[in-house]
Ligand binder design. Structure first.
Ligand code: CP3
Length: 352
């Protein structure tokens, strides 16, 4: 029975089962914090070589499973492969981050973007990386596939890099809403074809990162982000569980929970008990320790983590409230993971 997972805690929790303890993994666990990642990265021409070489992406994906023994792997890649597949190549500038030499400025730029299956077909190296990683993981833990949310990709396509305000992207929303929706629609169609390809290659679960949702308010989020998240969740959740992580979209938690997603991601600014009231006790939620809590001493970190697990109760996948920061002490990452793994809901049943 080669396709049976040895550790299926994460999938059981994502599917709504009450588990003995919450599963634990960290957003951005592949890369950033591990010395073995940095050593490999230093030998290569750049970030894209790692992303585009399935053997290397596979190695980096498995590093945190070996080192941290977390309950899930996330395929090493980037959300920016989608704009590239649609015709806007990205560069990763060391010390600065992503940069797009060409951006979307007008209707003609949107019209010439490739979309849907033809764009997704450009990403064979990702599907190959997923396939190889599934083989190499040998069913130790499930493998998460991911994509950026359409709104976050829209931001990069228009701005060409990160931004404090994303005002160019928001200007298009306010001045040319029809065009903005056309672009979001194209990104959505491509993302669905891409994620289906990842699932065919072996991804056990899908997470969407709406990293820049926090620049929207309740109205603009529900107009320019949520409908597209919903469309992707509906298209994928028939096949695998889907997690929607919209950072900063605390105002729309009930709406996110009402979509076809299985898991609602919470960022660290969201109060756990309040979030539970918003989404209900049985909704599976993921999060949400402040990544900076990993700078505290081991005893405080342990206490904060246990308090969070008690506040969440069951139907929880333990994670940080955003990606782990590059300068986080590895020992503290281990304290965090080991604390969750030693926790049992039964031990605290009387107090939750
Ligand atoms: O979770 C994982 O460990 C899997 C790998 C992963 C990467 N990027 C690798 C990466 C994932 C899930 C992402 C998603 C991603 N990429 C997001 C959404 C998640 C989030 O944090 O909000 C975003 C916004 C990006 C865009 C991006 N890629 C930025 C802004 C940067 C530069 C800063 C940084 O380190 O995050 C990247 C580069 C990148 N993506 C690196 C890694 C390991 C660092 C590049 C390097 O090693 O040179």
């Amino acid at each position: 029975m080669s396709d049976i997972l040895k550790n299926d805690l994460f999938l059981r929790a994502a599917n709504g089962e009450v588990t003995e303890r919450p599963p634990v993994w960290l957003m951005r666990q592949a890369g950033r914090i591990l010395p073995q990642y940095r050593a490999l990265r230093a030998k290569l021409s750049g970030f894209k070589e790692l992303v585009e070489t399935p053997e290397l992406a596979c190695e980096v994906t498995i590093q945190p499973i070996d080192e941290l023994e977390v309950d899930a792997a996330i395929i090493f890649s980037d959300i920016l492969v989608i704009p590239e597949s649609m015709g806007l190549p990205y560069e990763m500038i060391p010390g600065k981050g992503p940069f797009f030499p060409d951006t979307v400025k007008n209707a003609a730029d949107i019209a010439k973007l490739v979309e849907g299956q033809p764009a997704a077909d450009e990403l064979q190296y990702v599907y190959d990386a997923v396939k190889l990683t599934k083989q190499e993981l040998n069913n130790r833990v499930p493998l998460i596939g991911f994509a950026g949310a359409p709104f976050t990709i829209f931001c990069y396509m228009i701005e060409g890099s990160g931004s404090k305000t994303f005002s160019k992207a928001k200007k298009l929303m306010y001045q040319e809403p029809v065009l903005a929706h056309q672009l979001l629609e194209k990104i959505t169609n491509t993302t669905i074809a891409y994620l289906k390809g990842k699932v065919r290659a072996g991804a056990d679960l899908i997470q969407l990162f709406d990293s820049w949702a926090g620049v929207l308010n309740n109205n603009t989020f529900r107009t320019f982000s949520l409908p597209y998240l919903q469309k992707i969740a509906t298209a994928l959740s028939a096949e695998v569980p889907v997690t929607l992580f919209a950072k900063g979209a605390w105002h729309s938690l009930p709406e996110i929970a009402a979509s076809d997603c299985n898991v609602v991601g919470l960022d660290w600014t969201t109060d756990v008990k309040w979030a539970r009231q918003q989404v209900g006790a049985k909704q599976v939620v993921q999060g949400n320790l402040d990544p900076c809590a990993l700078y505290s001493d081991a005893d405080s970190l342990k206490a904060t983590t246990i308090q969070m697990l008690k506040d969440f109760g069951p139907h929880h996948i333990c994670n940080l409230g955003h990606g782990v920061y590059p300068d986080t002490p590895l020992d503290n990452v281990k304290v965090f993971v080991d604390t969750v793994k030693a926790f049992k809901y039964d031990d605290i049943a009387a107090t939750i």
